[in-house]
Structures are given as C-alpha cells and as structure tokens.
Write a new protein. Structure first.
Length: 392
C-alpha cells in the first residue's frame, strides 16, 4: 500500500527562507535572512521562566490561557490604545501568533471562501487559507510605496469573499499602514460584511515617532476584527511560541475550540513568565525602539554606502535592499550566490509573492534583529560585493 499526500498539502512548499537558512549554516555565513534575534531576551523574563519551572508550573494550563496573562493583555491594550476587552470572553493565549492565525482562519473560513492577502505577504497566510479549504486572493501592494489602494481591493471582491488579512507593521516591506489606508479596508469590510484579521506582531517596533493606527479602533470594525499578536518579537523570545488572539465573544468561542484541538494550551511556565513581560515599564519599550532604530540605521547606511538602495522601514525589523544593478534574473540564485561568495545571507523578496514574483527581483530582505557587532561584520563582508558576477 502506498499512502499518498492529501490534496491540501500536495501543492504547498516550505518557504524559501528555510533553504536559505540551511545553506547559510552550512557555509558559516552571517545570517541576516531569518527574523531570529541573536541577542539575549530580557533578564526578567528568563528569571520568571526559570522560577515558574522550579515552582512546578509544568502541567497543562487552561486552554484559553492563564487568567493573569489574559488580564494583563487586556490591560496593555487598554493602556496603549484605549481598547476595552474582556479577558474571559475575548482573549485566547495560543502557541505563537502563527497558531493564533491558523485557529482564527479555521474559525471563519469555509471551503470555497476567499480571503484577501496583500502581497508581498508573510509566507504563512496563504497556506493557512488553503489548509482551511479556502482560496487566497491576492492584491498587490505596488512598489515603491507599497500602499493599500481602494481600486485594487475593490477589483478582487466577489460573493465568496470572507475576510482580509492586514499585517502592520508589514513583513517584508516595513510599511506601517496609515489611517487613510486602514479606512479603505474598514469601508470595504463594512460594505461587504467581511472579517478583518490584523497581524500586529511588530507593533512595538516602530520608528521615527510613528504610532501604528489600529483597524479595530475604526467605527464598525470592533465587532468584525480579529487581532493576532504575540510575545516573540517585542521580547526577543521567538522560541517560546507564545501568542494571543483578541476577538469578539462569538468568534472567540470558535477560536478556542480550534486552538484546543490544535495544541490544547500554550506552555504553562512560559505563560507565567509572560505575565512579567506585560509588567515591564514603559522605559523597556522606549529602549526597544531606540536600539532597533540604531540597528536599522547602521545596516541601511552601510548598504547604501556600498551603492545598494534600500527602502526605509517604518516598523518591524526587516529592510528591503535593491540588488538589480548586478543584472541577475533569478533572485533565489543570486541570494545563494551571495552566501557562497560573500558569506552573508538574505531572503529573496520573490518568496513573499504568489502572483507577482517578478516584482521581487532583485530585491533581498535583510533582518536587523542582530547585535551591532553582527551587523558590522556583515557589512564588512559586503564590502567585497563587487566579487559578485554580473548577470547569470
């Protein structure tokens, strides 16, 4: 007997950055491809995690998340944005924002439903929709500004449209969508009775005095918005896989069912530690922004000094760099050649497209969630960029 793959996974592939990371490790390259910080997590969180394990918080937690953490999340949303959310009926702690997005889509997407994805897009959204039996429908954020445009959104609407996913600050471009852009999304959601899923995982990493606008604060959007967020990026604990979903009560009921059957609960000791993360003072977030601004500017100034144009990110910890002057037609091959020749890894932007991959050639995404020492070493290697062969 030969067991064949199910149709739902047959057409899916792992994202290209997995291949890039494997090659980078095998060549001892400096990896600026993946979004994994290489500096320590806050000492308070590590101490709290150790204390929780030592105190025997080592069994299943409540599936929806421990109460103190859900209350802390509600309090943080209220302090920062004025939102009033009930931790008992509207907040669910998940195994990372990734699981939170999957549980949310499983809750609202029926087979054949269409979900609008703004591309370039983080690589999990489309596969999640497919695994739910839905159909991803793509709207291009056109370079160089990568703005949300009303006509482009309106053009893809159909009777099967169910939801739209909005990620701001945006991975991979670094855009923070402004209030006018979010108003367009809100108008379309209200007019066509759509749900909105907002991936806000980078919302504490913003630059130049920008405060991210929130789709759920717009009139008529609170009851149709699912907020997906987590602790990985803000607190440099990507390996903890700890996230949360905030949604209206009727949707939260479904999200909790999906979450329960996916993972039962997030890790109990790490939930205890995350309570300490929520309690960190405002100075922590100010320092976070300041340090990431320094890293961003270091990398972007270094690349542009080498004649490599960059898009200045408004948020998140990625930036896009244009290598088109080297004349290659295949950005994946170029990224591999960069690893082999220079010893620096970055991710090809075409990997974030499904419909418009040519828009990504030859643009690479660099992660600056690294120590300044690491970024300096990468730039030193990139000073030899002229070793790259022109054209392929």
């Amino acid at each position: 007997m030969t067991v064949s793959l199910a149709n739902r996974v047959r057409g899916l592939q792992l994202p290209v950055f997995r291949e890039i990371a494997t090659l980078a490790k095998s060549r001892n390259a400096i990896d600026l491809g993946g979004g994994t910080p290489n500096f320590p997590a806050p000492v308070e969180l590590k101490a709290a995690a150790v204390a929780a394990v030592q105190s025997d918080y080592n069994q299943y937690a409540l599936s929806q998340g421990i109460q103190e953490l859900r209350k802390g999340i509600a309090g943080k949303l209220h302090r920062q944005h004025g939102g009033q959310f009930d931790p008992e009926t509207e907040i669910t702690v998940c195994c990372g924002a990734t699981e939170g997005m999957a549980a949310s889509l499983l809750t609202i997407v029926n087979p054949g439903d269409e979900v609008i994805i703004l591309e370039p897009a983080f690589t999990i959204y489309a596969p999640d929709v497919v695994l739910c039996g839905g159909k991803p429908v793509y709207v291009e954020l056109r370079p160089p500004n990568f703005r949300i445009e009303r006509d482009a959104l309106a053009a893809v609407l159909s009777p099967r449209t169910k939801a739209i996913i909005v990620n701001s600050p945006h991975n991979p471009t670094g855009r923070v969508f402004d209030p006018d852009e979010l108003a367009i999304v809100a108008d379309i959601c209200r007019q066509h009775d759509l749900a909105a899923l907002t991936d806000e995982i980078y919302d504490e990493i913003v630059f130049d005095g920008i405060t991210p606008a929130k789709l759920w604060t717009i009139a008529g959007m609170r009851e149709r918005t699912i907020i997906v967020n987590g602790f990985s990026k803000t607190y440099s604990v990507t390996g903890w896989r700890l996230g949360y979903v905030v949604a209206p009560p009727q949707l939260t009921q479904g999200i909790r069912i999906a979450h329960n059957y996916l993972t039962i609960s997030a890790a109990a000791p790490l939930q205890e530690a995350a309570v300490e993360a929520i309690r960190l003072p405002g100075s922590y977030y100010q320092k976070l922004k300041s340090e990431y601004t320094t890293r961003r500017d270091l990398l972007i100034n270094g690349l542009e000094h080498l004649g490599i144009p960059c898009l200045l990110p408004q948020g998140g910890y990625f930036l896009l760099a244009d290598f088109s002057r080297f004349g290659w037609s295949d950005d994946v091959a170029f990224a591999k050649h960069l690893i082999e020749t220079i010893g620096v890894a970055a991710v090809p932007l075409s990997g974030f497209y499904r419909v418009y991959p040519n828009r990504g050639r030859l643009i690479l995404r660099f992660a600056f969630c690294k120590t300044e020492e690491t970024l300096h070493k990468a730039l030193q290697r990139l000073e030899h960029i002229e070793r790259i062969k022109y054209g392929n």
